[in-house]
Every structure is written in C-alpha cells, then in structure tokens.
Design a protein. Sequence first.
Lengths: 363, 195
Amino acid sequence: MNYFRHQEYLEVYGLSRKLFAGYMLVSLGMLLAAAGGSWDITNHLLNKPETFFAPPHAVLYSGVASAVVGTVLVFSASKSAAAGKMIWPMKLVIAGVVMLISAAPVDFGWHSAFGLDGLLSPPHFVLVSGMVVGSAGALAGLSQSTKRVPSVLIIIAILPIWLAASGMIDMFSLPFSETEHFNFNPHPTLGVVVATLAFPFLISACLIGSSALAGKRFGVLSMAGAAFIVIGVLTSIIPNSALTSTIPFYISSIIPIVAADALLAFSRSRFSLYAAGAIVSLAFFMLYYPLITYTYNEVFESKVVWPSLIAQIYFEMIQDVLPLVAIPTAAMGILGALFIDRLVRKKKYSITTYSNWHNNTNT
Amino acid sequence: MLKAIILTGAVAVALVVYFSLSLYIFPQSYQSIEPRKPQAIVTDVSLSASDIALGQALTISVTGTNNGEDADMQFVSVGFPNLTTTDNIKILKHDFDQTPILIAPGELLSSEYSDTDSSVLAQYTSIESFSRPWEAGKTYSADIEVIPKTEGRFVVFIKSVALPHSWEQAHYPQDGTLDQQKEFVEIYSVQVTKP
C-alpha cells in the first residue's frame, strides 16, 4: 500500500501561497473573535467584572489582529496578480474586515452617547455582519485556491461562519437588547420563530458544507461538530459553575452529528443528504444550550432566568419544546442541505473558472 | 443492500439513544439537582445618633453577608417609610460590586420574595445596595446619609434578600414586621427634634 497517496496534501494554485496564508489568518482570526464574543456574552450574563483587558476581550482582539494581518496579505496578493484583478472572495474578506474594524469606533461612540448597550445595537450588527462576510470570503477563497482543502482547514474556516451567523441569529432571538434608551428585543414569539427556523438551517448548512468540502470523507463533519461543542463548553458552560454538571448532556450532541456524517460518507443517495440535514438540525435545541433557554423561556415558562437556574428551566422546557418544533426544524435542516448541494454544484463550475483566471493572470 | 441496512440500523439506534438521553434521562437527572441555597444576613447596622435635630444628617452603616451557597444576586435594602423623595439621600461610601440604586415612590417592585408575579408600587423611598453575583461567605457594606424632613420618630427598615429565593433563609430577617413588599424587615429609628 502506498501510504503517501492517502496523506492529505496541499496543492495551492500558482502564486497564491501568500493569498492562501491570508485567507487562513482571516478564518483563524474570525474564529478567535467569535469564540471571544461568545465567552464575553456569558461573562456579561454572570456579571463578571468587565475591563478592556478581560480574557474574552483579549481573545477577541487577538482574533481581530489576526484577521487584519490576513487581510493585508490577501490585499497584497491581489496587487501582485499580473492583471491586478480581485476575485470575489478577496472582496468579501476585505469588506468583512473593514466592517469589523469600523464597528469599533462606532461602538465607542454608541457607548459614549447611550451608556450600556444590549446584544443588538447598530455597531454590534455591523461587527457581526463583518465577521459573517469576512469568514465566508475566507472559506470561499480557501476552497478556490486549493484542489482539496485539508480537514483541519475546513474546520477552521467553517466554524467562524457558524459562530458568527449564530451570533447574528442570537441578536434577533435573545431578549438581551433592552437598554435605558432603546428596546431592540424581539417579540418573544418572533424570537422563538427566528431561532426555530434559522438555527437548524445554519447547523445543517455548516455541517453538510464541511462534509462536502472534504469530498464526503467520514470524520470531517464529526470533527467540525465536535469543535463547535468544545467551543460551546469552553465559552458558555464552564464559565458558569452552576452548569458544569450538564457538560455530559451537551457533549452527547455529538451522537447525531456522527450519525449524519456516517450517512453522508457511506451512502451517496439524495435521501441520505436530506436525512443528514434533518438529523443534525434536530439537535439545534441541545447545541444552542444554554443561551437558547432565554429565548424559549419567554414563551414557554416566563420565569426569571437566573444564571444558576438555567439548567433547571431548560430541562423543564425540553420535553415541551422539542416535539413542537421537530417538523419545522427538520424541514429547515433539509433546506440547509439542499442549499449546500446547490453551492457544491456551483463550486465545481467556479473552480474551473478560477483556475482559468489564475492561469491567465500568470501568463 | 446489506450495507444500507446496517447503516440505516446504526443511525436509527444512535438517534433513539440520543433522543432518549436528551428527552428523558438527562432531564430527569438534572431536574433532581437542588437549587443553590444562599443565606442572606445583615450582620451589622449602626446609626450615627439616636436623636438628631431637624435638618441634621443621619448616617446609617449597614453590612450584609452571605452565609450559604453562591447567590446570583443579593441585596441589602434600607427603607425610609417617612420619606417620599430621594433628594435628601446620599451614598457616602460602599464596597458592593454594583452601584446602589435609589427607589422612588411609584416604581414597580416585586413582592413576597417572588420574582415572577405580585408586583407592587413603591410607596416610600428606599435604597438597594447589591452585588451580582454575591459569592458564598462574602461581606459588603455601605454608609448612607439621610436628612429627615419632619420632626418625630424617623423610621428605618432594613432587610437583605438573596436571589433566586430558593429557601426560607434566603431572606433576612426571618420574621418581624412586613414592609410594603410584604417582606420581613428589621426596624430602627431615631428621634428628630426641633433645632
């Protein structure tokens, strides 16, 4: 057996090692920023002391720094191309990071004018939009610049999109946006509808997308899911000591993820694609624990969710919520799978186009 | 065909196990966990004088502690049933984690140690000093200055409540007079005389 043939290898098209490194740094930076943001939300809920150099902020700033360096590399790579043309992933990365950085002074101004802000505010919206756009650009860039993206890179590139888009959905579903001057909280029912439809679509799209990028190799989807779970444990559960006993429950969500991975890897039928989408999406209520408790409590329990009571309220609701949302959730999961299927078909076309573009700019 | 059957069977078993864990086994196991039991106590109250002249300031020093498990929040409340304005109250100093808040008559307050219903409108002025969270064993104190506006007996209500209010000892005192929120208070007073 030739083991070398079975190793993952990196074949970057032409000049673009700088470009490739740029995309990688942007993805890594967005991942750090998104994880830092998630940790910061937990610390706010727990009223932990807030300083400029608090650990979650440090993680977030490191991520932004990495994304900025990556963007500079992407920009300079675009200038070195003979035709000086910028392809759309580069444009997305630059636009995303510009939005991310420009949100900082706007946020400072917002704080100066209105004091404490909630989860949804105009600068926060710009910041999270920038993270979604920038990390989507980096993923697209990575997938265009190599024949086969290595598994670790797929995970590093998918996770920031998943986390940032989750943050966006959180903004429009969690009741954390009422301040002295503004009440941007969604109506409780609307919050539940947004969470029930958007989270399953997102989970399905991100996990099935990771499998598609890996050519449906078994393990990549599972690793992406496991990485999401680890980040959730580190940023949302461990900081709240009242929740640490629920870690086994949270980790158990790896079961449907591995099942979906096996379906996609060992069966190429369209039914498997739909089933995998539905299966991973049905885990949304568990994967978004503990924060999702606040969204559904508004409609199902109407209790005051003290940080030490999150688990109690969540487990009181779960048997009522899951059967109610199962059908729309599965439907959105299937839609997410179909969306990725469409993208994969388009990607096959665009890789050919990119290779042609690259060959032209180098000759 | 056999491969498809094995795959379908394995996925089905995995899903049955997962949803059994998520819907029945874990919820039953976690719902049996007792909520934390903080124990709120006011350990020290001192008034700067027992008699003061009208227009003179009275300083109230109050210290609270949590002798139980961590509380998500605990407050020490100092109420002034003789006052309906907030302009003559000042926090001289405090070491609570958050800034104490003044409550004016007309504001909505919870009552009977409940945080979901039974809201009442405040009828007199009070000040709530709180830490969120208030960890087990921690002690906080505040010095409050107030200038009574009328002669006679000037009454001060003191209480402390830990939240979530999971058991009887989450509030202090355990019995005595009920205040506007139908919660127990300790009563202190000074005599205000003509200058």
